[in-house]
Design a protein around this ligand. Structure first.
Ligand code: HGA
Length: 609
């Protein structure tokens, strides 16, 4: 999603801004731009496409200046082109924006009626025009920004400069993240810590409705009431190495292979021989969880699939009812909340706009409490939740989520175990689940050894237009995740079905051109699944089956292949069987030559609704 970087320094800031934008490239975007103040002039360069295309325009015609703003845009209002790329300028002002201004049409009409001429189709440009007018009428830049954001509906993180105030950048946030980087004799704004880690690890996280003014020597933050406020400075633990690609061809491949470590980190010091350790969800966590009578899990995309796996787990082992819903639906529907329900938000970035809004909405719906499962400790979702369990996946750069998913499963496994234990799960069963969970990293490690065979399987899919993924029970969400990965990065249309549903419609699609990928670990539903696979085989469909080591598959894959692996036990098998799904999608995409880490039209950290 859009990225913001801004700087005030003694040195020329354009190279710093461009380096910051490159660090934000992983979020996915379609155009980029920078604007720098130089003795009352505003130099601006923008380009459709990658940061390096904008950078070469800059290098062909570089400009000095110690105050600047920069942006990568993921278009919401207006096509991706140079005119719609940020920064937008109006009079003395240049501005970058992340979010959506919902009342922009009426503001734009009023400004046009007053004679303002717009040069883009964006919602963003109205803010530049309003702030510029106010500065012209005598307000300081900060006053003009404060007055302008008060009249906005929607979501924004902005960074603004005015040629009337060189040496100052003003930022504001509401519904989209913005943070301050504190340097020595220089200050920065960024939409995440990744953008700033090359210049500082000292970070101040702004809160909703904050307005901030940075100069070389000062940072002043103003709260919702316009009065100065103090916010703590944090030391970010990110390192520039954590975002190096190393020997891997893509970040996604690196992140798939980091999963044993990431899952082990997520479990570390949270589970022991007797099960989950006390209060890993935060102070008072165990007490609150003991009162839970049901759960609503809210998430988007891959995190939603992790929630679906948890539904099977929690209902089976803890015997608590669980409802899982995508955040964009939940937030606009009058969900019934039975007494004693826990609201669980799952989000990799903790800034996913729909999930965050759903969590805020949940506050007025009478939940017992909120629990965040998230990868970014300082994120809004984590800060606003009552209880939290951090996944420790480290920075995830590939837009298609991989290690975030398996670490979410590890965290949800801990939650399941704790809830089940508190509700009297039989001791032997509890011990078995706990030991399976502890084996999750090594079983994932083993599954990664399948890569050479998966590369061969990938050949089966590269010229296909469609694919079906099948699973039953807790493996159905794994099939959904497999289909999502394939769609996201290879652009092959893929659908997942609960295998028992096949005959109720999708079987009509099956012929020799329709590959069917089945997740088939051992378990009580394996025989049922095998019958469903026979239905595919009888229609000439090509079967790619991922099966547990010894299970007989009755020659099911007469066309296609059976790939044997070890799911590590019924409880953790969803996490382990996810690995070949990820590798398959990855290698199909590589063979098809797509932009694996930044697939078209997609963005990471989806901070717009
Ligand atoms: N609405 C603005 C910014 C979009 C955005 O925040 N994307 O992440 C535009 O379309 O330019």
């Amino acid at each position: 999603m859009c990225g913001i970087v801004a700087a005030v320094a003694q040195r020329d800031v354009a190279p710093l801004l461009i380096a910051g934008l490159k660090a934000l490239e992983y979020r996915g975007y379609d155009s980029a731009g920078i604007a720098v103040l130089d003795h009352g002039d505003v130099h601006r360069v923008r380009a459709k496409g990658k940061v390096r295309e904008m950078e070469s325009l800059y290098l062909a015609n570089p400009f000095p200046g110690g105050t600047g703003i920069a942006h990568t845009r993921w278009a919401t209002h207006g096509v991706p082109n140079e005119a719609n790329a940020h920064p937008h300028t109006a009079g003395n002002v240049a501005l970058v924006h992340n979010g959506i201004i919902e009342n922009y049409a009426s503001l734009r009409a009023e400004l046009q009626a007053g004679g303002h001429v717009f040069t883009s189709e964006t919602d963003t440009e109205v803010m530049a025009a309003l702030i510029s007018e106010r500065v012209e009428s005598g307000m300081s830049l900060r006053e003009a920004v404060t007055a302008t954001v008060r009249g906005l509906e929607g979501a924004y993180a902005i960074a603004v400069v005015s040629s009337k105030e060189p040496g100052h950048v003003v930022g504001a946030r509401h519904g989209a993240p913005l943070l301050v980087g504190v340097g020595i004799g220089e200050h920065f704004l960024g939409s995440d810590a990744q953008a700033l880690i090359q210049v500082t690890n000292k970070i101040i996280y702004l809160e909703e409705h904050d307005v901030v003014e940075i100069t070389r020597d000062h940072v002043q933050i103003y709260g919702r009431d316009g009065k100065p406020v103090e916010r703590a400075v944090h030391e970010s633990e990110l390192s520039t190495d954590a975002v190096e690609r190393g020997e891997y061809r893509h970040y996604m491949q690196k992140e798939i292979f980091e999963q044993p470590r990431a899952v082990a980190d997520t479990l570390e010091a949270r589970i022991g021989p007797n099960g989950v350790l006390p209060n890993i969800f935060g102070v008072g966590g165990d007490e609150l969880l003991a009162k839970v009578k049901g759960l609503h899990i809210i998430a988007c995309g891959t995190s939603y699939h992790a929630g679906l796996v948890a539904k099977y787990w929690i209902e089976e082992y803890a015997r608590l009812p669980v409802n899982v819903e995508v955040a964009s639906e939940y937030r606009y529907r009058e969900a019934v909340v039975p007494e004693g329900t826990l609201f669980v938000a799952i989000s990799q970035s903790g800034e996913t706009a729909d999930t965050l809004a759903a969590m805020r909405e949940s506050r007025r719906r009478g939940y017992l409490g909120t629990l965040a499962i998230c990868n970014v400790p300082e994120s809004s979702v984590v800060r606003e939740a009552d209880l939290k369990l951090m996944t420790r996946a480290g920075p995830e750069i590939g837009v298609a989520s991989t290690k975030a998913f398996t670490t979410q499963l590890a965290a949800l496994g801990l939650l399941t175990l704790q809830l089940a234990h508190q509700r009297g799960l039989d001791g032997e069963r509890h011990a078995d689940l706990a030991s399976q969970l502890q084996r999750m990293p090594s079983m994932i490690e083993k599954a990664l050894e399948l890569e050479p065979q998966i590369i061969e399987l990938a050949e089966h899919l590269i010229h296909r237009q469609h694919a079906l993924f099948l699973g039953r029970g807790v493996q159905y969400p794994v099939a959904m995740e497999g289909a999502l990965k394939l769609k996201e990065i290879s652009y092959i249309h893929a659908e997942a079905y609960a295998a028992g549903e096949l005959k109720h419609g999708p079987l009509a699609l099956v012929d020799e051109d329709m590959p069917v990928i089945a997740v088939a670990p051992n378990g009580p539903l394996l025989d049922k699944l095998k019958s469903n696979l026979q239905e595919v085989r009888a229609r000439g469909g090509e079967l790619l089956v991922f099966a547990d080591g010894e299970a007989s598959m009755d020659g099911n894959a007469s066309r296609g292949a059976i790939l044997r692996m070890d799911g590590g036990g019924e409880f953790i098998a969803p996490a382990v069987f996810t690995v070949p799904m990820q590798l398959l999608a990855y290698h199909v995409a590589v063979l098809r030559g797509t932009d694996v880490d930044q697939p078209r039209n997609l963005a990471k950290s989806v901070t717009v609704e």
